[in-house]
Design a protein. Structure first.
Length: 99
């Protein structure tokens, strides 16, 4: 992000990114529900691919933002760490479900 960008503008961009991500997740869930019988055997691999790719992208974005001179937003930082917690919980759930 540009170091000269207004913190309010950065906040609006982050909210738009969050809305877009949530929308993509809900869209994916809807598609999965429409294709339940076909996708059921692949549920765990799909979950793991999604978990790994989301974690990698989230981590990379956080690192890039840390290198820039942009303003750190408290709510975005909290959401970042909450997401890591949720991903860890999902991974534990997947592992426990397999046994």
């Amino acid at each position: 992000m540009n170091a000269m960008m207004d913190p309010e503008q950065i906040s609006r961009i982050k909210r738009a990114e969050l809305l877009s991500s949530i929308g993509a997740g809900v869209l994916g869930a809807g598609i999965a529900l429409l294709l339940t019988k076909f996708l059921a055997p692949y549920a765990i691999p799909i979950l793991l691919i999604g978990l790994i790719s989301h974690a990698a992208g989230m981590s990379r974005k956080h690192g890039l933002e840390g290198q820039s001179q942009s303003v750190r937003l408290g709510w975005a930082e909290a959401l970042y760490w909450f997401c890591w917690l949720a991903l860890a919980a999902l991974l534990v759930f997947i592992v426990i479900r397999q046994f």
